[in-house]
Ligand binder design. Sequence first.
Ligand SMILES: O=P(O)(O)OC[C@H]1O[C@](O)(COP(=O)(O)O)[C@@H](O)[C@@H]1O
Ligand SMILES: [Mn+2]
Length: 660
Amino acid sequence: MVVEKEKYLSLLSKEYPTIAETVTEIINLEAIMNLPKATEHFISDLHGEYEAVQHVLRNGSGNIKEKIKEIFQGRLSTKEMNQLATIVYYPNKKISLIVSELETPEEIEEFYMLTTTRITELCAFVVSKYTRSKVRKSLPPDYAYIIEELLFKDNTTSNKDDYYDKIIKTVISLDRGKQLIVAFAYVIQRLVVDHIHVVGDIYDRGPAPDKIIDTLMDGHELDIQWGNHDVLWMGAASGSPACMANVIRISARYNNLEIIEDAYGISLRSLMLFSEMNYPEDRYQPFLPKIDPDSEEKIYPEEIRQIAKMNQAISIIQFKLEGQIIQRQPEFNMTERLLLDKINHDKGTITIDGKDYPLICDYFPTIDPANPYELTKEEEIVVARLTEGFLNSERLHKHIQFLYSKGSMYLTYNDNLLFHGCVPLNEDLSFMEMTINKKNYKGKALLDKYEDILRKGYLNRHRGLSYQRYLDYIWYQWEGEASSLFGKDKMTTFERLYVSDKTTHKEKKNTYYKERDNLQVCNQILEEFGLDPQKGHIVNGHTPVQERHGEDPLKADGKLIVIDGGFSKAYQPTTGLAGYTLLYNSYGMQLVSHQPFTSVEDAVANEIDIVSTRRIVDKELKRKLVRETDVGARLTNRVNDLQDLLEAYQDGILVERIKK
Ligand SMILES: O=P(O)(O)OC[C@H]1O[C@](O)(COP(=O)(O)O)[C@@H](O)[C@@H]1O
Ligand SMILES: [Mn+2]
């Protein structure tokens, strides 16, 4: 035997010291590989919409309802099935509501009895595709014993029924019925979806990306493909002032500065004072925040004025900082985006592409026409304070570290390729090249390089300016032409704010977006990432699918699927929907579309499911097993090693470590 192999087996023998233990593990792994493939659940462009995301996660994109129907159709009425579903999604709230409407203790007891029996049956069905050990690990410690006892009850011995009945009755008589049902509900929520892929853009626009991350951190098995908005926050947390200015500007624009101040505890006081002192009352029209018409929170005119001024101050700071990057990084090829030096301060106009346009607002108290990209002393102080705040917020770093640990630029998983935006293409369909530190990158190598830069930028965040190069490249991924996350020729933020002529607002999408309906292009990309085009799919987020205008989320005959349906409220008028989720289980792939989510209260009281339609993307001819997945490939390797270990024991090459 080769020495290396022998060493490896000797190490393995520490974990499996006897023939019996080795055999047991082989049998265990073989059994796992024969289980149906676990359900993958793809979501993207969550954009801070915590409640809608929660709802989709709680109802497993409609999967829980499907399972309820499978078991109870014909036995329960639609009303009873809807009620059971809502109990699973919002157990605490729904049970309290139901119980408050019941009159006698007998009715309450009957409700608990019935619900516990039904939810046990549902849970048993949901967990039937997992090994017992996996189920056991998902049980809440407080009720693990009881749930396990009820779940794995032996149906062959009917005299045990009394025993199970007795367990339930005792729990109820001890006034613990509600807690047990809640525990069951969470187990069902957790296990109905085995693995979540978040295809980018958790941050910006909506109110609570921080709460979404808290939820994602709470135990689901998942991975993240970073979106452009996530990378902007990662850049800000890495100490990039330009990324940070963008983050603050977007939060101000969407009237959501609480995310910075309250959720992450970063003080905006310096910016507020600076903007109050420098930007007067009537010059901020383009900077008024967008107010969510559905929001019940009252906002005072004075507050709106304050936010607009902060937005204006940080926007100018952003344009200056971005101009500095563009000037010091010729490789970015972005000199056309240098606009502050094109302002004609006397005439109140700007020259873009050789044409003069009037400015909506021509008040630039901090811009020195001779040196338009230089920050004033005061602006420098504001930027330094804010950067410190972003570098030192504990909660922000907890979240950003989670994004780094679970995330990547792209992912290959069970033959599929997942990324948020695009693989930048030239018009002739070749991969677009980007020069980074004098070397050229394209296709997969470019995405790998971007990821490397993102990681190095964050790891070196406290090491000062010599690492600024990384930060500049992180910012580039937010709005550079060869960014795989942005995918447009330019970001016209300045023009949108200052010029009314809409022709200047145009952002041209990369060729990828026109060509991703082309099967050959999709195949070329799958091959570039080492995947089999016959088997794989590409999954993207980033561009809201305008289903209302007849756009199809399935491109190239279903080879590529775009799942940005607009959880983001700001985009719902364009999409006409509230998001897609893609499910990939042992029977194939299904695209689920969701209607706008109103509120938790509405969902609880009126038992609303926001799932509207399901579409088959791909159907497996034969139910797919774990053996045929990436996990299966790893387990097969493991089984092969264990078989070698077994042989080594049997041939006397290794001796069993029998415990004394
Ligand atoms: O809708 P807003 O807030 O004006 O933002 C528009 C900007 O957002 C972008 O669409 C990028 O964000 P998305 O990833 O959400 O599309 C830019 O291309 C555009 O300039
Ligand atoms: Mn995006």
